[in-house]
Design a protein around this ligand. Sequence first.
Ligand SMILES: Nc1ncnc2c1ncn2[C@@H]1O[C@H](COP(=O)(O)OP(=O)(O)OP(=O)(O)O)[C@@H](O)[C@H]1O
Ligand SMILES: [Mg+2]
Length: 281
Amino acid sequence: MIEVKNVSYFYNYKTDDEIKAVSDVSFKIEEGEFVVILGHNGSGKSTLSRMLNALIFPHKGNILVDGIDTSDENKIYDVRTNVGMVFQNPDSQIVCSTVEEELAFGPSNLGISRDEIFKRIDFALKLTDLEEYKFTSPSRLSGGQKQKVAVASVLTMKPKYIILDEPTSMLDPYGRLKILDTLRTLNKEEKISIILVTQLMREAFEADRVLVMNKGNLVFDGNPQKLFSNREKLKKYSLDVPIIGIISEKLKKMGIKVSKDSMTSESLASEIVRLYNQKKK
Ligand SMILES: Nc1ncnc2c1ncn2[C@@H]1O[C@H](COP(=O)(O)OP(=O)(O)OP(=O)(O)O)[C@@H](O)[C@H]1O
Ligand SMILES: [Mg+2]
């Protein structure tokens, strides 16, 4: 379990330029959960993610990963092995000269056998659709492909928790779906806890639970359906109202009652067909 207890973080701490990036935030993430951290630009998502991975440390409060305080200098290695991180900018993460070496880098440092490393590399390349780029230099890949390499290189470490900071921001719609699909598979089949940071409400539908950040504060903690049905809240926190939501609202105004669970285009389409058939009878 990850426990975040009354955590605050300031940039330029105790100077005239002090910025409070995260303000007295508390929540818990259980093993096996799929959680989305949602929020607009500058709301504190990346700062919070970096604290979960022990890259930076809270100025106030504590973060415990399976009972280990991330501020305990002797245990940083344990925290980073359990919590894998995919950064917002893939260039900051990629260091090796081929994709294969990049994917081997993490597990080699963990002292894992060669056979196991090769198995993990093939698994990660397949899941991220990168098989044909195994021997390519990451510097020759597009931004979106680099994002996939960054995701794959965390997969080969098999951490218990994976935090992904806007991992689909450079991807086309197909690439985005593929990554979300991969995350779902990892969560359901490999039982890896996923913490996905995004600005997109539609990606929040993937999650069991959504945390919304606004100006450094945690302003919502609940299931995506509840957030989705509260348009006022979405507007207040500068979050997008997905097209499905707009269509549902228009239908409601026309006196057609659509089930609240219709949050994907597929479920909305079958709901409309169901209502249509009902009317015909
Ligand atoms: N290195 C830094 N120095 C000073 N202020 C910073 C620094 N990094 C972030 N901030 C400030 O901290 C606040 C939170 O930033 P953070 O990067 O955590 O937000 P975010 O939600 O990840 O935004 P985005 O969606 O744009 O990635 C913002 O006000 C930002 O300007
Ligand atoms: Mg960010």
